[in-house]
Design a protein around this ligand. Structure first.
Ligand code: NAD
Ligand code: DAU
Length: 353
């Protein structure tokens, strides 16, 4: 592809903003259109550094809105779509499952359908990339890994909605020969991560000497990946992935939640000149998340062997960079935690304490 117009959905969110930045900077010959509804999780401040780039355009809109998506496809004649827009927080999916069905299932199905009609069966040179999660595979015991062949077994309304969207994507491939590619990634971390998720929430609470709410016994395991490495994987898969295939993306980096929280406390004690162990005193065990998946671990061998991708950063280095970003961007944190974040936090954590 030389001159391409690419639609990135959810580009004002955490991962989407890293993908938009990468594409805008790396491909000056592309036109990058960022479509985002700017929900609580979407923030244009995430893209301040590239907002004036000549190859970048923002469009506010909702992926569930069929006429709006038809108009957008007609206006831009997209060559490719990278679809990240979603409701993404498991705890919110437990309180409000239907919002997840609407955005993640209906929104994805709507986007697929609008793209299929806009491309009117002339699919050559077109590509629809769906960004998904490892949570569709369910929960592992103490051993084993998720591969691309692992059967889907989602357990939360969030993962069920993502699994349904994945099935629609593959159904479009098989039924219409629609040119899809897909990836399922493990937990991301890095800058611009909304502080309802574990790492940024803990950083913010450590900084403000607030209790650090660890669900259950803190024994659950997640496989953490530097968000910029995920963005690079998306770039590779979008350009070189095989049509109709899916790729697992992961950090080869498993941590028990409680060990991760201790590591963050120790990094921040040093940075904030607190005595070693001071922040860890804030750790508070709270009521567990219902249906809490025990362990996720990705086998990303296919992506490594076929496309040569591997994570670039050691976790300790990535966590230090992440903490530094939050300490240097207190204004961003203040903006995203004002307004309805306070109410969300109170409702979530009142029930747990
Ligand atoms: P996020 O919640 O930070 O961002 C989601 C973005 O989508 C926001 O900008 C929001 O405004 C936008 N959005 C929501 N509903 C919309 C709608 N109806 N129309 C248009 N835009 C809408 O999410 P994230 O963590 O950046 O995740 C991005 C994608 O990657 C999601 O599909 C998620 O399932 C997937 N994923 C996330 C992780 C992770 O660790 N965060 C890991 C694997 C996969
Ligand atoms: O695995 C990929 C998924 O990772 C993505 O698809 C999701 O969009 C993303 O939100 C993330 O889901 P998790 O549920 O794993 O992430 P979260 O940050 O919410 O929680 C990580 C772990 O930390 C999980 O075991 C629950 C626990 N936790 C979380 C919070 C917010 C706590 O112990 N305390 C907390 O306050």
């Amino acid at each position: 592809m030389t001159t391409s117009t690419i639609l990135i959905t959810g580009g004002a969110g955490f991962i989407g903003s890293h993908v938009v930045r990468l594409f805008v900077n790396k491909y000056p010959q592309y036109r990058i259109v960022n479509l985002d509804a700017l929900t609580y999780a979407g923030n244009l401040e995430n893209l301040k550094d590239i907002e004036a780039a000549p190859n970048y355009q923002f469009e506010k809109g909702d992926i569930t809105d069929e006429p709006a998506m038809q108009e957008l496809f007609a206006r831009y004649a997209f060559d490719g779509v990278i679809h990240l827009a979603a409701e993404s927080h498991v705890d919110r999916s437990i309180s409000d499952p239907l919002q997840f069905v609407k955005t993640n299932v209906l929104g994805t199905a709507n986007l697929l359908n609008v793209a299929r009609k806009a491309w009117a069966n002339a699919f050559s040179g077109k590509r629809f990339y769906h960004v998904s999660t490892d949570e569709v595979y369910g929960s592992l015991g103490e051993e084993g890994f998720f591969t691309e062949e692992t059967a889907y077994d989602p357990r939360s309304p969030y993962s069920a909605s993502k699994a349904a969207s994945d099935h629609f994507v593959m159904a479009y491939y098989h039924t219409y020969h629609f040119p899809v590619v897909m990836s399922n990634c493990s937990n991301n971390y890095g800058s611009h991560h909304f502080p309802e998720k574990l790492i940024p929430l803990m950083i913010n609470n450590i900084l403000n000497k607030k209790p650090l709410p660890v669900y259950g016994k803190g024994e659950n395991v997640r496989d953490w990946l530097w968000v910029e490495d995920h963005a690079k994987a998306i770039d590779l898969i979008f350009h070189k992935g095989k049509e109709g295939e899916k790729y697992n993306v992961g950090g080869f980096n498993e941590w028990k939640n409680i060990d991760l929280v201790h590591l963050l406390c120790s990094i921040m004690d040093k940075k904030l000149n607190r005595k070693e162990g001071e922040s860890a005193e804030l750790i508070t065990y709270v009521t567990d998340r219902p249906g809490h998946d025990l362990r996720y671990a990705i086998d990303a061998t296919k992506l490594n062997k076929e496309l040569g991708w591997k994570p670039s950063l050691q976790f300790e280095e990535g966590l230090e960079k992440t903490v530094d970003w939050y300490l240097n961007n207190s204004e961003w944190v203040e903006h995203v935690t004002s307004g309805n974040y306070q109410q969300y936090y109170q409702e979530q954590y009142e029930q747990r304490s």
